[in-house]
Ligand binder design. Sequence first.
Ligand SMILES: Nc1ncnc2c1ncn2[C@@H]1O[C@H](COP(=O)(O)OP(=O)(O)OP(=O)(O)O)[C@@H](O)[C@H]1O
Length: 301
Amino acid sequence: MALLEVKDVSKQYGRKKAMDHVSFEVAAGHIVGLIGPNGAGKSTTMRAITGLMSYSSGQITFDGQPITFSNHQALDKIGNLIEYPAIYPNLTALEHLKLYAMDTKTPADFQTLMKKTQIDGDNFGKRKAKQFSLGMKQRLGIAIALIRNPKLVILDEPMNGLDPQSVHDLRALIRELADDGVAFLISSHLLDELQKLVDDVVIINHGKIIETATMTAFFSHDKTRWLFDTSDNRAALDLAKSHAWVATLTDGHVEIYGADNLQQVITAFNDAGLIITAIQTVTGNLEKSLLDMLANDDKGE
Ligand SMILES: Nc1ncnc2c1ncn2[C@@H]1O[C@H](COP(=O)(O)OP(=O)(O)OP(=O)(O)O)[C@@H](O)[C@H]1O
């Protein structure tokens, strides 16, 4: 059984369907990306899972226990960082942790958590949160989310506003925690960053889930593309089209998609007397695959 199960959940704001029969699962220790354009329903979904909001129909269960607006028991094992962490300007990092731990932790527990989330360095110490950078606040927010040893952490746009080094550090931290068995549900617009991090993707558009897949399966939709440079790119383009492959001229290269394998293309070019001077393989790209998928979904609306 999955750790988190969202089954057929719908939520309307007036006539607007913010969640339309949403179903997906999060397995223990998995990092799941909840991905979709602005207004797709990501925050609404996360708010429903954290019991912050009622939903009209469907079920959400965590570790076998139901989560509703009025039943929060299961939430003890879910940490979250939705929008901005509740950080008090005049408290230090340690004071925040003590506040949120509510007497359930020892000084050694605090030390371990601070070390793990890298909020134990000189930068933190006795400084108050009002002097923290955004990256420091995000790390403190994650430490707060982890204070009760959750099995699942929900992060809404955790990389927003972070510089590249902080994004890198945050990604490493999430991966390390997942390796220890903590599951994550993460929404982000920074698809390149998500691509490097997540195990599974859940794609939402207009309140509906349009795809749930492992990252690997997601990219297997995507046939490999190749960029060729040849002695005559115009002739290579025409030849590729005559084989019913999808071919375009992209930045001066011939981009080919839809052939069964690379050898097939090379043989065709050789047989036509074209000299191949370079070949690049274009690997899966989350942003491009997602845009293609959303464009198809919107066409079907
Ligand atoms: N409190 C509310 N009252 C009315 N409509 C709302 C409310 N909250 C969200 N919505 C609408 O529900 C839809 C889903 O919003 P939601 O915030 O969940 O999307 P999102 O995917 O998180 O978007 P973003 O990436 O822009 O944060 C949107 O059309 C939004 O305008």
